[in-house]
Design a protein around this ligand. Structure first.
Ligand code: NIG
Ligand code: FE
Length: 411
């Protein structure tokens, strides 16, 4: 099956097929004006100038006329909690009235509130509610997503979440990665030590046996799990081949960055309270992608992770949505890109690279996803004609997508 996209005003592509961009490299994106793009069997084959197209065509089965619109690589969303039950707008109002995220959590709201709700839902109902959000993000240009468990907080409900993630994976064209986040909070009715035992002796082996998660995550932060807890959990996950991705430094400098780097985590996420020493450590640790979540800082009125400083120190950085019912009820990656520019002072090119190629790298997928490059999966979207790439984050609420493609198929 050969698909050709013609009359592309500007094609955002990467001839070199790079898998990670660090420091100064992040401020550049390759473009071709007046371009075509050829996709074969769902994979990017070649692209170039319209005037280089053979006069007798390329024997395409399907032609899509971009009518002067741009073509960009789909977003990769490397950090979501999109499988959840109900919603938490009550806490949203509590926050407006002055309660902090940590205070709400201490009162038994927050993550435990979502766990109570999730417990009451059947797997089918949880799947149905989650799929609404999955369809929403695909329509908004996301082509790869990571989804975490962590609203079960007992063995049966964590497995229920992970089975729903597997069902989503089986029913959408988008690539879905599953992460076990049993260590999101201490489950109701447990003290910390008993919950740690449950995680290590029961949950992780069950998840491993059913091969329900490729990654393992821990909320390594003040009031949740310590660096020592985190190491024990990661070691238990490693026995089942689960690679770490860590929540760290959201509520306080937690020590989670060092644990992440030492344990070869693919990413360390949040980083709103990261220290200078941790920035230096990440600049020297190419295996671990620091991932900022600007939507979380926006929604919680918190400091933003200092991604500008991190890029200037030579780091590669990613951004993700953190789509979840408590701290970020949005999976809109274009808005996350705008926030990264407006609030974190990333250049548009840096923010787009952070949300595509580096985000794919934060999921271990950048050999196949995250840019329009020969041999990579054909995940892209076509926009209306736009004045420039910089217009995308600038026009921060303007929808830009006219058609989105995953694996070379229109969704
Ligand atoms: O990434 N920080 C921890 N977990 C989520 C929030 C979860 C919730 O409040 O439901 C986050 O922001
Ligand atoms: Fe999160």
């Amino acid at each position: 099956m050969r698909l050709i996209v013609t009359n592309i005003g500007t094609l955002v592509c990467d001839r070199r097929g790079r898998t990670r961009l660090g420091g100064k490299e992040m401020s550049h994106i390759d473009t071709i004006c007046d371009a075509y793009l050829l996709v074969e069997d769902g994979v990017v084959s070649v692209f170039g100038k319209m005037n280089e197209l053979p006069a007798d065509g390329v024997g395409a089965d399907e032609t899509v006329d971009a009518r002067g619109g741009m073509v960009l690589p789909s977003w990769c969303d490397a950090h979501t909690h999109i499988v959840y039950a109900g919603s938490r707008e009550g806490e949203f109002v509590d926050k407006i009235r002055g309660l902090s995220y940590a205070e709400i959590a201490r009162r038994g709201g927050g993550i435990l509130n979502s766990a109570d709700l999730l417990h009451t839902l059947t797997e089918d109902e949880l799947y149905r509610q989650s799929m609404r959000r999955v369809r929403e993000i695909m329509a908004k240009g996301t082509g790869c997503v990571e989804i975490k468990s962590g609203y079960g907080l007992n063995t049966a409900d964590e497995l229920k979440m992970l089975r729903v993630i597997r069902r989503i994976k089986d029913s959408v064209p988008m690539h879905v990665s599953a992460t076990f986040l049993g260590a999101h909070a201490v489950g109701r009715g447990y003290d910390k030590e008993r919950y740690m035992d449950l995680l290590i002796d029961e949950m992780i082996p069950e998840v491993g046996r059913e091969r329900l998660a490729e990654f393992i995550d821990v909320f390594c932060d003040e009031g949740f799990f310590t660096p020592d807890d985190t190491v024990r959990i990661l070691e238990a996950g490693a026995k089942w081949g689960m690679k770490p991705k860590i929540h760290a430094d959201e509520l306080a400098a937690s020590g989670g960055v060092e644990v992440a780097v030492r344990n070869g985590a693919l990413s360390v996420d949040h980083l709103e309270r990261i220290t200078d020493a941790e920035v230096e450590l990440l600049a020297r640790s190419p295996a671990t992608m620091p991932t900022g979540l600007p939507g979380t800082s926006f929604f919680l009125n918190m400091p933003y992770a200092p991604l500008r400083k991190m890029i200037d120190a030579g780091c590669a950085v990613a951004i993700a949505s953190d789509y979840n019912p408590g701290s970020t009820p949005s999976g809109d990656m274009k808005f996350a890109v705008s926030l990264a520019c407006i609030k974190m002072r990333l250049l548009p090119a840096e923010a787009i690279n952070a949300a595509t190629i580096n985000a794919a790298c934060a999921m271990g997928l950048s050999a196949d996803y995250g840019s329009i490059a020969p041999g990579k999966c054909a995940n892209f979207y076509i926009t209306e004609p736009l004045p420039s790439v910089d217009f995308i984050p600038y026009a921060y609420t303007t929808p830009i997508i006219s058609r989105a493609f995953i694996g070379g198929r229109k969704i």
